[in-house]
Design a protein around this ligand. Structure first.
Ligand code: CA
Length: 226
């Protein structure tokens, strides 16, 4: 398991690295925002510890950019007590946050919990899925019920909804969705995704103009309200 530590303060980066190594993880360090995005893409870590105050791009922006192509669990490290950082961090797709100074044991426990959760999500492929808002999906029969009524979805709409229901509440990035539904060799217009999301909303939302389930996360992608 590889953890990417994004931290510009040398002492902190070093102690985090030692802590994780002692727990048996591989640990790489990125020292600024652009290097972090690059390392997340190149090294495909299993988890990212992401400081908020960084040179180049701040942690919020790094989170936004990484989330657009990856579902990797992200734990934000924040020195500030400002509630707004936490809220914004979670909105752009961070999974958790830890306020500095933190106890090493607490941090390791969170890292383990998120790695375990990610592993379980990747392995579980239940045949029937239920989402909030009364959406039921029977994958084997390719049947979808919305508030008790069956709706017909195109294959792409079905795949999109399947991903959203597999990761309820999580922010799914545009490139992640395009890769998974259209394939990594898709070179078409990225607006294709928005068009399909619009069609999907017309089928699952009470008022497609004011979606309650399939929400837009500006600059990142979409999320199914948990
Ligand atoms: Ca910092």
């Amino acid at each position: 398991m590889k953890v990417l530590i994004v931290e510009d303060e040398e002492t902190m980066a070093r102690s985090l690295r030692l802590l994780l190594k002692k727990e048996g993880y591989d640990a790489a360090v990125a020292r600024d925002g652009p290097a972090a995005v690059e390392a997340a893409r190149r090294e495909a870590p299993d988890l990212i510890l992401l400081d908020v105050m960084l040179p180049g791009l701040d942690g919020i922006e790094v989170c936004r950019q990484v989330r657009a192509f990856s579902l990797v669990p992200i734990i934000m490290l924040t020195a500030r007590t400002a509630e707004v950082d936490k809220v914004v961090g979670l909105e752009v797709g961070a999974d958790d946050y830890v306020t500095k100074p933190f106890s090493p044991r607490e941090l390791v426990a969170r890292v383990k919990a998120h790695l375990r959760r990610a592993q379980m999500a990747a392995q579980s492929e239940p045949q029937t899925r239920v989402a909030a808002g009364g959406i039921v999906m029977d994958v084997a029969r390719r049947q979808v019920l919305v508030r008790g009524r069956e709706v017909a979805l195109s294959p792409k709409e079905f795949e999109l909804l399947r991903l959203f229901i597999t990761y309820p509440g999580r922010v799914l990035g545009r490139n992640f969705l395009l890769d998974r539904v259209w394939g990594a060799d898709f070179f078409g217009d990225v607006r294709t995704l928005d068009v399909h999301v619009r069609w999907l909303r017309e089928k699952i939302e009470r008022d497609p103009g004011r979606p309650e389930h399939l929400l837009t996360v500006h600059g990142v992608g979409y999320r199914l309200a948990g």
